[in-house]
Design a protein around this ligand. Sequence first.
Ligand SMILES: CCCCCCCCCCC/C=C/C(=O)SCCNC(=O)CCNC(=O)[C@H](O)C(C)(C)COP(=O)(O)OP(=O)(O)OC[C@H]1O[C@@H](n2cnc3c(N)ncnc32)[C@H](O)[C@@H]1OP(=O)(O)O
Ligand SMILES: NC(=O)C1=CN([C@@H]2O[C@H](COP(=O)(O)OP(=O)(O)OC[C@H]3O[C@@H](n4cnc5c(N)ncnc54)[C@H](OP(=O)(O)O)[C@@H]3O)[C@@H](O)[C@H]2O)C=CC1
Length: 282
Amino acid sequence: MFVTDLLKTKKILVTGGGSGLGKSFAARLAELGAELVICGRRADVLETTAEELRRASGAKVATAICDIRDAGAVDEMFSRIWSEGPLDALINNAAGNFIARTETLSPRAIDAVLDIVLHGSFYCSVAAGKRWIAEGRGGSILSIVSSAANSGRAFTVPSAAAKAGVLAMMKSLAVEWGPHGIRTVSVAPGLFPTKAAWSQLYPDGSKLLSEEMEVPLRRTGQHEEIANLVAYLLSDGASYINGDCITIDGGRDLQNGGGSGVMGLFSWTPERWDAFRANSRG
Ligand SMILES: CCCCCCCCCCC/C=C/C(=O)SCCNC(=O)CCNC(=O)[C@H](O)C(C)(C)COP(=O)(O)OP(=O)(O)OC[C@H]1O[C@@H](n2cnc3c(N)ncnc32)[C@H](O)[C@@H]1OP(=O)(O)O
Ligand SMILES: NC(=O)C1=CN([C@@H]2O[C@H](COP(=O)(O)OP(=O)(O)OC[C@H]3O[C@@H](n4cnc5c(N)ncnc54)[C@H](OP(=O)(O)O)[C@@H]3O)[C@@H](O)[C@H]2O)C=CC1
């Protein structure tokens, strides 16, 4: 689909690049010639992925253990990365999310999601942007949001609120940092199966419709489909796209709006919620 050296001169940081969609983005960007840094909290996951990517593509892939909720740790990570040469692009992909009745959330549960999604993406964006501005060089920031950023979403309210904040940040920075040659672009994925998203969001019995029936194209997305979009948006071919959010969901959002996908959860008993909580990550 693309020339094989589409991203040859680009050095890109993928937050949460060790697993899930972030790993698939990293794999496609590496195939297209990019140099990568992948970050996350789990060293073993990062190292295994980095080795896999190096073997498959021959690309240079570095790892950074970093909890992006920690602003100091984020700035240190960027200083370490910059000491080996500046980034050309940042992908804000790392996220946390789980279904819960909002009235039962503890402050720590709310913060866990807001801190990863909103604060983490903000810290990384500022860490990249201030360096690009100081050096008088351009760069690109791509954030993975969700359609809930526009519509809201019942039972994943901290995530919806945080993604809305990220989207507002991206649109604002498009204007403020555009004159510095810094582009921002957001991607709102529909259903792209990953182990973590499915265990946190779609436990058995949570849905009235099958995933496929939620989507006009009657299938979930394939990782390579969204990875190709991300590659294009970070390429020089997309150099005039700034501040927009591209939805890639097979038409799901048009069919479901912000609500019908969660209807099954309204009939859950408190015991059912307790059983979910007992088995979910965290
Ligand atoms: C019908 C289905 C619904 C459809 C919804 C469709 C939505 C589609 C759009 C989705 C958009 C976004 C998708 C995603 O982001 S998917 C990515 C999911 N991936 C992950 O979540 C991986 C990373 N997650 C984590 O690390 C953890 O889950 C967590 C976010 C909780 C952070 O981990 P951490 O170790 O820092 O946190 P703790 O374990 O210390 O917990 C902190 C507090 O949070 C409370 N908690 C944790 N899990 C739950 C839960 N399931 N329910 C309620 N509360 C929870 C935990 O108890 C801590 O609070 P307290 O100390 O007060 O007990
Ligand atoms: N999959 C889907 O259908 C959809 C996904 N999305 C969005 O796509 C993106 C990827 O989702 P998906 O791949 O499913 O999620 P995963 O949970 O599979 O991946 C999340 C990644 O983020 C990392 N991460 C989480 N918390 C932190 C943290 N505090 N600091 C650093 N890294 C962290 C995790 O690594 P570690 O745990 O090692 O830190 C993991 O590698 C997210 O932004 C999500 O909101 C949006 C809509 C739908």
